[in-house]
Every structure is written in structure tokens, then in C-alpha cells.
Design a protein. Structure first.
Length: 588
């Protein structure tokens, strides 16, 4: 029963009781009048001796009736005021969640106490409404609405949403690559090896992610703080599969962004500006293209890193954006994520890891930043978004490398330097509703680190000088949304050019290329397709998704022995169940 109905019933009962009392008083008054008239006709002398107590009782009853009628009028007016307030509250629009992932408000709703009988109900004070001038246009400073479910938490004048999902991933490979749940692009085993004749089947929760996002406006500046981590960190335990899956958290993203008008500034660890976008030059994961696959290493041919840096963005209008960033450098010689490392001249083997990163620091526990560097990596990007159906971005990168000859320390002067550069083109177009075509292309001299570490940046020549290695990658694919199902298919590839140097006419070459059997990769190709089915979703409670992916991965080295296969490939199947936390930001 509604509050309006309860109030109406109580008021009706009160009116009935008051009217009954009024009728009784009226009847008593009328009965008194005939009795007095009869007494006048039969005994006029007795009129002067009428009891005074009877007149006083009638006067008292009339006064009580007048008081009750006045109280009745007051209650009727209070009821009309209450009905107007209820009608206004019912007619007010209830805010609806804007997207999947709303969270309940933390502000408790406390009901007002019921008024005492025959007492005037207290009229609640009107809720203060913050004006745009008072809040500066900040939705996080607006008064909470008890009738809605805000999809975010509020602390002070900021809005906070939890970010993340919980994954239960199953994966199977027909070759034992020893690469955890991420594909080992650069070291797929050959069929004539032991691992090429073994398979692997595993469960893993490591791709689960947790974090938060903070938004607010202050004096016309919109700021965002973003944090995200997963559980793919390097563990010191050797018993992960024996007694306890003690997977280690790993920082993915941790950055802050501020924008006022057309100028925006970002600092912290973010996706590199060289990562293709789906929208503008935003660093938010939802505005980037790194495929829809389950594989935590994404796809061969994608240009990306997550690293510290700073960037400045200029927005001349809503359709064009310019960005420039300075990001963490690394003088990379290969050897990470299954990629092939360069071959050093024996006279300059001291360059390895001391001056050029060949990724042995990951396994040996050395300092990740122990290699020298000249300048940050400089990246510039321009993005065009003429409409929601089309996005185009063009990015360029400039890099600098330098080493010192350890055999000439007595001269304190012999050093070598070189530069690297690359360009990335990205296209994301909606062909018709729900179906999108994606293409990204990258070519560089000295930019192989951004191809998921599959290509080295530089080699060391026989005389100790540096040479930038040619490398490139591409991706082409489709994404289609059919009701609650996302379908996708991509083809990606990486090419790594040879760069050789000879100490003498008869000596074996050094650098990168056809040096030794199965030594360094020439091409890596991947074809993959999959689905993402939303099984259930709720703005209050989140969503559950069922995901599947098939992956065919091939690699071809620069040189193979006459008795060895010329290339190799493996097949991988992923099945993933994901629960996504609720949460979405207000409209700033």
C-alpha cells in the first residue's frame, strides 16, 4: 500500500469520527429545544427556574464542536499539502543507469518518522539544488538522488568507479611452447623437437584485472586518474602448479590526465601513444585498439607498449586531435617475449645488457633500467574522427641510441650513436551497423621493440658501431556485433629485416639474419577468430560473458638447416568465463 493511500484512509477515519460527534451535538441541541417549549406551555412559572447547568453543558459542547471543526480544517489543509508533495515526487523523472556497470549509491535513505495522532505533520525542508555556477559543472558535486542508483561512488567532489573483471581461462596448445597463457610468438617449437611433440592444457586466473578510475572537475579542468593491474607478474615461487597458485600482481596502468578547453596533459604509465586508437588519441583502454582476443599477448603485428611517459594533446575541435609524447626509452637488442636476440661481435660482447638490452634482465633479476639511454622516445600522432563510423590516425616515432667502446677506455672518447624512426597508420571504419573493418600498418628502422619485442632495434657491427634494424607489422580484420554476441577475425604479421656485419671475409656474420639454424626469425604470421557472448548483465550487479578464441600461429626463421623444417606453427584454443564489475562514469 502506498503512502498516499495510507494517508487518505487515516484522514477519512478522522473525518468520520468528527462528523459523528458533530451530529450527536446537533441532536442533543435539538432535543433540548422541544423540551424547553413544552415546559413553557404547561408551566410558565418554571421557565425562570431552568437549571443553569444544562445551558452551560450545551455551550461547552458547542465550543468543543467549533474547536474540532477548526482542527479538521487544519488537517485537511495539511493533507492537501502532502498530496501535492507526493504528486511532485512521483512525477519527478527517475535517473536510469547510462551503461552496463552501475553501482549502488553509498548514501543511505532514512524514512521520516510518522506524525503523532492529531498533530500537524512536519513539512520536510526542500533539498538544496546545486547550480552549475556553484559546482563548476562537476556532476560529482550535484546533490544525490535517493530515487536513482548512481553508477559510481562519490568521495568529496570526485567520482570513483571500480574497474576490473574476474577471469577463469582454459587454454590448450598442440605444442608445448612454455609461455604461460600468452602466445610465445617468436619461439613456436619445431616438429622435430621434444616440445614440438608435446601439448599443454592449463587453467589460469591470471588475466583477472582490478583497479579504479577517478573523475572530477575543478575550476574548469576535467581530471582523470586511472589505475589497473593484473596477476601476470613474475613469481619467485617454484610451486605455482604444485601446492598454491600464488600469482603475483603486476602494474599495467597508472596515470593522471587533466584537460581544460583544447589543451590536455597526461603523465604516468599508460598505453603508448603508438598504440592504434579506436577514438581520438585517448589513453583510456576502451578508446584503443588492441583486438578483442583472449590471448594476453594480443596479436602478432600490433604496435604497443605500456610504459611511463608524458604527453600533451591539442584538440582544435571534436573531430581532430594532435598529440606529442616523450616515453620510456630502451636500447633493445631482442630476446623478449620469445623474440630472437642479435649476435654480438666477440670483441663487443660486453655491450650485452650493460649497454644493449637483450632481455636477459627479465630472467636474471637485473635492474630493468640498467641500460643507458640518450633521450626519451618521441612520438607524435594526429587523429581524425569525422563521425562515429570512421577513425583514422597517423603516428610517427623518433629514437636515439648510443654506446661506448669498452676496449678503448684509455682514450675516453670512442662512442657510437644512431637514430631510429617509424610510422604507424590506423583505420577503423563501420561498414554497416555493427560491422567494423580494422587495419593498422607499421614500418620502422630501429622501432622493433614496439612490435611486442619480436624485432631488435639495433645490431652491433664488427667495429662496435650501431645499425638500426628494419622491421614492420600489420593487422587487418573485422568485428561484428550481433545482438548480445561480438564476433571477430584478424590476420596479423611481422617482418624483420636482416642486418649483417663481418669481421673478415671468412668469418661468420654478426648482427641479425641468416646466421645460425633457427637463430633469428624472418616472419611471424597469425590468424585468429573468436566470439564474446554476453550471457547476463545488470547495471547494479555487472555482467557475465563467455568467450572463445582459436589461434593459428606460424614463424619462419631466416635460416634453417637442410635437414630441418623451414617453418613451424601451432594451434591454440582459449575458453574464458568473465565476470565484469559494475561501474560507469557520470556525463561530464
Amino acid at each position: 500500500m502506498s503512502l498516499n493511500q495510507i494517508t487518505a484512509r487515516r484522514t477519512s477515519a478522522l473525518l468520520a469520527s468528527l462528523l459523528a460527534g458533530a451530529s450527536f451535538l446537533g441532536a442533543a441541541d435539538d432535543a433540548a429545544k422541544p423540551a424547553a417549549n413544552s415546559a413553557d406551555a404547561s408551566a410558565p412559572a418554571a421557565q425562570s427556574q431552568a437549571p443553569q447547568s444544562q445551558n452551560e453543558e450545551i455551550a461547552r459542547l458547542r465550543a468543543a464542536l467549533a474547536a474540532q471543526q477548526k482542527q479538521l480544517e487544519t488537517l485537511q489543509k495539511a493533507l492537501e499539502d502532502q498530496q501535492k508533495m507526493l504528486q511532485s515526487a512521483i512525477a519527478a523523472p527517475v535517473a536510469k543507469p547510462t551503461s552496463l556497470g552501475a553501482v549502488a549509491s553509498l548514501a543511505p535513505v532514512v524514512p521520516a518518522p510518522a506524525p503523532a495522532p492529531f498533530a500537524l505533520p512536519a513539512t520536510p525542508a526542500p533539498r538544496p539544488q546545486a547550480s552549475p555556477a556553484a559546482t563548476g559543472g562537476n556532476p560529482c558535486e550535484a546533490p544525490p538522488d535517493a530515487n536513482s542508483v548512481p553508477p559510481y561512488l562519490r568521495i568529496g567532489s570526485t567520482c570513483i568507479i571500480p574497474i576490473g573483471f574476474l577471469d577463469a581461462t582454459t587454454y590448450w596448445r598442440d605444442k608445448s611452447a612454455g609461455s604461460s597463457m600468452g602466445s610465445n610468438f617468436g619461439s613456436v617449437p619445431y616438429n622435430n623437437t621434444v616440445n614440438g611433440n608435446l601439448s599443454e592444457f592449463h587453467f589460469s586466473p591470471q588475466n583477472s584485472r582490478l583497479g579504479f578510475r577517478v573523475d572530477g572537475d575543478w575550476k574548469g579542468v576535467h581530471f582523470i586518474g586511472y589505475n589497473e593491474f593484473d596477476f601476470n607478474g613474475t613469481s619467485g615461487s617454484n610451486a605455482l602448479l604444485v601446492s598454491n597458485g600464488a600469482f603475483v600482481p603486476r602494474l599495467r596502468l597508472f596515470w593522471a590526465d587533466a584537460r581544460k578547453g583544447k589543451i590536455e596533459f597526461l603523465a604516468g604509465q599508460s598505453w603508448s601513444l603508438l598504440t592504434p586508437n579506436r577514438k581520438g588519441v585517448s589513453a583510456l583502454p576502451g578508446d584503443l585498439f588492441y583486438t578483442q582476443v583472449v590471448d594476453i599477448n594480443y596479436i602478432a603485428g600490433l604496435t604497443w607498449t605500456r610504459q611511463p611517459g608524458m604527453r600533451v594533446i591539442y584538440h582544435p575541435n571534436d573531430k581532430v586531435a594532435f598529440a606529442f609524447s616523450a616515453e620510456q626509452p630502451d636500447q633493445y637488442g631482442g630476446g623478449s617475449a620469445g623474440g630472437s636476440a642479435i649476435t654480438f661481435p666477440s670483441a663487443f660482447s660486453a655491450y650485452s645488457n650493460a649497454q644493449i638490452d637483450v632481455a636477459q634482465n627479465v630472467s636474471s633479476g637485473q635492474n630493468l633500467f640498467n641500460q643507458p639511454s640518450v633521450t626519451p622516445d618521441f612520438i607524435a600522432k594526429i587523429a581524425f574522427d569525422p563521425g562515429p563510423q570512421l577513425h583514422i590516425d597517423i603516428a610517427g616515432i623518433e629514437r636515439n641510441f648510443k654506446v661506448a667502446n669498452p676496449t678503448s677506455v684509455s682514450t675516453y672518447g670512442q662512442h657510437f650513436s644512431t637514430q631510429g624512426a617509424g610510422v604507424e597508420l590506423g583505420l577503423n571504419a563501420e561498414l554497416y551497423k555493427g560491422l567494423r573493418f580494422i587495419n593498422t600498418d607499421y614500418w620502422s628502422d630501429g622501432g622493433g621493440r614496439y612490435l611486442f619485442g619480436q624485432a631488435p632495434d639495433v645490431i652491433v657491427r664488427a667495429d662496435g658501431s650501431l645499425s638500426a634494424v628494419h622491421s614492420g607489422g600489420f593487422i587487418a580484420g573485422f568485428e561484428d556485433t550481433v545482438k548480445n554476441t561480438l564476433l571477430y577475425a584478424y590476420y596479423g604479421g611481422i617482418y624483420i629485416g636482416k642486418d649483417l656485419s663481418y669481421t673478415s671475409a671468412t668469418a661468420a656474420p654478426v648482427g641479425y639474419g641468416p646466421i645460425s639454424s633457427d637463430g633469428q626469425n624472418r616472419m611471424i604470421n597469425e590468424f585468429t577468430f573468436g566470439f564474446n557472448q554476453t550471457m547476463w548483465k545488470s547495471p547494479r550487479y555487472g555482467a557475465i560473458n563467455l568467450m572463445g578464441q582459436y589461434e593459428w600461429l606460424e614463424r619462419e626463421p631466416w635460416f634453417a638447416a637442410s635437414t630441418a623444417p623451414k617453418n613451424t606453427h601451432d594451434n591454440t584454443i582459449y575458453v574464458n568465463v568473465r565476470y565484469t564489475l559494475p561501474g560507469s562514469m557520470p556525463n561530464f
